[in-house]
Design a protein. Structure first.
Length: 199
């Protein structure tokens, strides 16, 4: 029994390397955004922050600590008010009461805001991952691109990329002013299969 040997001509073994549409860079200069962010040099140089997938949010345990801190400070206000009542000092009574109420309301407001942020990040997590994961970063020209050309056919700056991913995932309000002011290429779709100009 003979075995046939299949030969392939003109095909490279292994995956095809991504080529940057901006400068033509390839090889070690071009890595996935995830690999670029994981590099210790990227962390110290600020690239990891410029390519963040989602905003950092306080954990549930952070919120518990913030609540306890707020209640301790409100307790100080209650103590002042009690001291004013005991020593017949109306200024302490009124001031301590107002301080306690304001600190209590402020603490609840902060805790609710942190919970809203956690929910927003969780809700947009899957969409952010779909837009962030296939992207590549070229260190030669400091650009981000999608090897398949979709959803954006050309290169983006790290700030444009971050604005695009965050806006489409629902985190646009949490962008800092520097990134909010960046304009995206004209006609850029709002996501896979989306409509142009959304972000």
């Amino acid at each position: 029994m003979s075995t046939e040997k299949t030969e392939t001509y003109g095909r490279a073994e292994g995956p095809v390397a991504a080529v940057c549409p901006g400068c033509g860079g390839t090889g070690p200069a071009v890595r996935t955004v995830a690999d670029a962010c994981a590099d210790p040099e990227s962390r110290s140089g600020g690239l990891t922050d410029r390519l963040e997938k989602s905003p950092g949010v306080h954990s549930g345990s952070d919120s518990v600590v913030h609540f306890l801190e707020g209640m301790v400070m409100a307790g100080i206000g209650v103590g002042l008010a009690y001291s004013g009542v005991q020593n017949d000092k109306p200024l302490y009574t009124v001031g301590g009461s107002l301080l306690a109420v304001l600190l209590f309301i402020g603490t609840i407001w902060v805790i609710r805001g942190e919970r809203r942020e956690r929910r927003a990040v969780l809700a947009g997590e899957a969409h952010a991952e779909r837009l962030w994961s296939p992207a590549h970063h070229c260190s030669s020209c400091d650009s981000v691109f999608y090897p398949g050309g979709s959803p954006c056919p050309g290169p983006l700056t790290p700030e444009q990329f971050k604005k695009y991913v965050w806006t489409e995932a629902g985190y646009g309000k949490q962008l800092d002013n520097k990134v909010k002011g960046v304009s995206l290429p004209p006609g850029m779709p709002s996501g896979p299969g989306g409509t142009p100009g959304h972000a």
